[in-house]
Design a protein around this ligand. Structure first.
Ligand code: HXC
Length: 257
């Protein structure tokens, strides 16, 4: 598969997708959307891959949807085309996805980062939902995921003013899992992804499903869902191996990974 707007690499059991439209600060046009979704779906189905990393450049993770491309859009066309619908498939991947964000993550760029499971930020990262300045609102979940991540007051303020927030504010607010120096962002993201990819794949997928359930249902239902998967984990060879290895004081050799 050849792509024009992204770079795709395998790093052992990690699938790396680098957004690559440097002249447009990785603005998310339709081609880039389709390529990211296709590459991520292929990694998700690949048994040799255990975790994905999506990153951008030093200057921009992504500066949002491509404004020049969408400028002339009209309602019936975008509605009938289900424009932006393919991004939902990214949120539906089964394997864990890490967003490694340096520089601008604005509009659709911030939303793309929030579609991922772990959000690592360089100290240079800047997050925002500036759609309001263009006379629109977010379109791939920004008003929903940002609000769940940082709470109503901060989400409202960010979305209504369009201001950017830096990495430290984003970490304090709970949007990012941690901040790393910009020159270590990719190596840290890959190391985290390798750690995840070395786990039992069924356990990692159950874990992702279970954490995501917290955003979809009540506490009682979420706990019940977790309990069912927890019990199911005892049907895997990796559970036997993980616990035997602990008892024998050696590292586990998971089969399903
Ligand atoms: C198209 C974009 C772009 C975008 C930047 N560029 N962002 N092109 N769509 N979202 C282009 C510029 O036009 C310019 O091209 C080049 O990238 C470099 O950008 P500059 O503005 O010159 O860089 P700088 O002065 O450093 O400013 C960086 C910036 C600014 C603050 C990030 O570019 C900016 O405000 N961009 C728009 C951010 C935004 O509003 N995003 C939300 C989009 S709406 P030329 O050819 O002039 O060199 C959205 C809706 C979500 O995302 C829907 C779901 C996907």
């Amino acid at each position: 598969e050849t792509y024009e707007t992204i770079l795709v690499e395998r790093k052992g059991r990690v699938g790396l997708i680098t957004l690559n439209r440097p002249k447009a600060l990785n603005a998310l046009n339709t081609q880039l959307m389709n390529e990211v979704v296709a590459a991520a779906t292929a990694f998700d189905r690949d048994p040799e891959i255990g975790c994905l990393v999506i990153t951008g450049s030093e200057k921009a993770f992504a500066a949002g949807a491509d404004i020049k491309e969408m400028q002339g859009n009209r309602f019936p066309d975008v509605y009938l085309d289900d424009w932006l619908g393919p991004w939902d498939r990214l949120g539906a991947l089964r394997k864990p996805v890490i967003a490694a964000v340096a520089g601008f993550a604005l509009g659709g760029g911030c939303e793309l980062a929030m579609l991922c499971d772990v959000l690592l930020a360089a100290d240079t990262a800047k997050f925002g939902q500036p759609e309001i300045k263009l006379g629109v609102i977010p379109g791939i979940g920004g008003s929903q995921r940002l609000t769940r991540a940082v709470g109503k007051a901060k989400a409202m303020e960010l979305c209504l003013t369009g201001r950017m927030m830096g990495a430290e504010e984003a970490e304090r607010a709970g949007l990012v899992s941690r901040i790393v120096p910009a020159d270590q962002l990719l190596s840290e993201a890959l190391a985290t992804a390798e750690t995840i990819a070395a786990m039992s794949a069924p356990a990692a997928i159950m874990m992702k499903e279970s954490v995501n359930r917290a955003f979809e249902t009540t506490l009682a239902e979420g706990v019940r869902f977790e309990r069912r998967l927890f019990h199911a984990a005892f049907a895997t060879a990796d559970q036997k191996e993980g616990m035997t290895a602990f008892a024998e004081k050696r590292p586990p050799e998971f089969q399903n990974r």
